[in-house]
Structures are given as C-alpha cells and as structure tokens.
Design a protein around this ligand. Structure first.
Ligand code: GEK
Length: 243
C-alpha cells in the first residue's frame, strides 16, 4: 500500500488543532513516522527479533497502539513459537481499518486479532510479549501507573515489555541539545522550519513525554525489576522490561 508524502503542516495554519490520528494522518503515516522518529525502522525490525526470542507457545503477543501494524507485521514474520496469536489494538478507527487491509494482504500465517479500543480498556492475559511502540506517551499521565501495572499482571513469567518513547531530560542543556538535534533530523528529512514548528504545536498537550528515570521508576513500581534502554537515537528511546 503506497504511503503519500506527509505535507499536513506544510502550509500556514491559523489555529493549530491538537493532533488527531484521523484519515488525513493515516494516508501519510508511514512517511510521517519514518521522517519524524529517529531510528523507527531499526526499532520495528528489532521488535520482530525480540518477539522471536520471547514469544512462548500458546501465548498472546500484544501490539498496543498498533497504527498501521508495522510492529505487528514484524512480529508476525519472526515469531516461531507454536499456537501464538497477535492482538493488535488502536482506538483510531481510521488507523485500524487501514491496518486491516494491510494485514489482509500479508502472507504470514500467525493469527492477528485487530481490536478498535482504548488500550486501557482491553484485558491483557496470557501475554509473552507486549509492545508499546510510541504509544504510552499519548495516555494521560494520571493513568500510566495503573496501565503499566495491568500489563505486568497480564504478562507470563519470563515475559517482555518493549516500551519505546520520546524522552525528556532533566538537564536543561541536554534537553535543548536533544530537541535541536531532533529538529535537525526532521529538517534533514525534508521538513521545513514551519512544518517542524506547526507539528510541535499540534502535539503540545497531546504527546506528553517523560524522562527515562520516570519510566524506570514506574516500571519498577509495577513489578518490572529489570529494565534497560536497548536503543536510543537523540530523544527517542526503546526500553525492554523483563518479568
Ligand atoms: C508503530 N505503534 O507504527 N488507545 C489506543 N490507541 C491509542 C491510544 C489509546 N488510548 N492513544 C493513542 N493511540 C505504532 C506507532 S503511533 C505513534 C504508534 C506516533 C494510538 C493512535 O491512534 C496511534 O495510532 C498510535 O497510538 C500512536 O509502531 O504517531 O507518534
């Protein structure tokens, strides 16, 4: 399925609305995420490798906030455990409808259940792998502790949570540098200064990043006592938490 080039913020917008995962975003999503999130493709590939290592026979692998199913497909092509199922969830019906078309065209055989729901409202059970690839940052801060605890409780012993997030830094100089480098990354990928600044405004109060220490402490409180960053590219990181 061809992805169009992301030009959503290329013209001046009077009022900038809060970012929504609607049809206009769905059409450009693969191009947008690739040009905006440093290391996105490397993370997607590694999710398949990690799922291959951690998926257990007769268990579920969850992709929470699946968008167009990139992490789902990566797992689907790499998991070799028997009688596994992938449960992919997103609350944007526009995303999920497009995701279904993409999965239907895919030839791998691992079953995929697609669920249109808030990821906080689904039950998580018998899980060997849970993927939150740049999704927790869109969940209200006040709900994050309970949500991560629910994931911990739904994981089997030996289970894996992959948590990728945009990060904040407590040190001001570091924060300024990492933000500047992320914007330079976007400019190097063809976004104009106006696109960078309008997108930034639209994500204000929608995408709420935290520091690595905040993530680690929440994971620890929920029961994950073994967490590491396995990938970082500027202010974008992916963590693995082991049960
Ligand atoms: C990927 N993981 O390509 N419930 C369900 N879905 C949600 C919720 C929620 N409460 N909040 C946001 N979403 C993907 C990329 S994108 C990241 C994830 C980004 C969904 C939202 O609809 C969108 O599809 C996704 O989370 C975030 O590996 O665009 O920066």
């Amino acid at each position: 399925m061809n992805s169009q080039k992301d030009t959503l913020y290329a013209s001046p917008l009077g009022d900038i609305d809060g970012f929504k995962f609607d049809n206009s975003v769905v059409d450009v999503f693969p191009d947008m995420i690739q040009r905006s999130v440093p290391g996105y493709s490397a993370i997607i590939s590694a999710i398949g490798l990690l799922a291959n290592r951690f998926a257990q026979d007769n268990s579920n692998c969850y992709d929470l906030g699946c968008s167009l199913g990139a992490a789902t497909l990566s797992m689907r092509h790499k998991v070799t455990a028997n009688h596994c199922k992938i449960i992919a969830v997103d609350n944007s019906s526009a995303m999920l409808e497009r995701c279904k078309k993409i999965i239907d065209r895919d030839t791998a055989t691992l079953p995929v259940d697609l669920i249109c729901s808030d990821i906080q409202n689904i039950s998580i059970k018998n899980a060997s792998v849970v993927v939150l690839n740049f999704t927790l940052q869109f969940i209200p801060l006040a709900d994050r502790d309970a949500f991560i605890k629910k994931i911990y409780d739904g994981l089997l012993p030996g289970g894996l949570l992959i948590l990728s997030e945009k990060l904040l830094f407590t040190n001001e100089r570091q924060q300024a540098l990492q933000t500047e480098m992320h914007h330079n990354f976007k400019r190097a990928n063809g976004y104009s200064d106006m696109e960078v600044s309008q997108k930034r405004a639209s994500l204000e109060n929608v995408l709420i990043p935290e520091t690595f220490e905040q993530h680690k402490s929440r994971l620890q409180k929920s029961g994950f006592d073994n967490t590491e960053v396995w990938f970082q590219y500027f202010n974008f990181a992916s963590m693995i938490a082991l049960k």
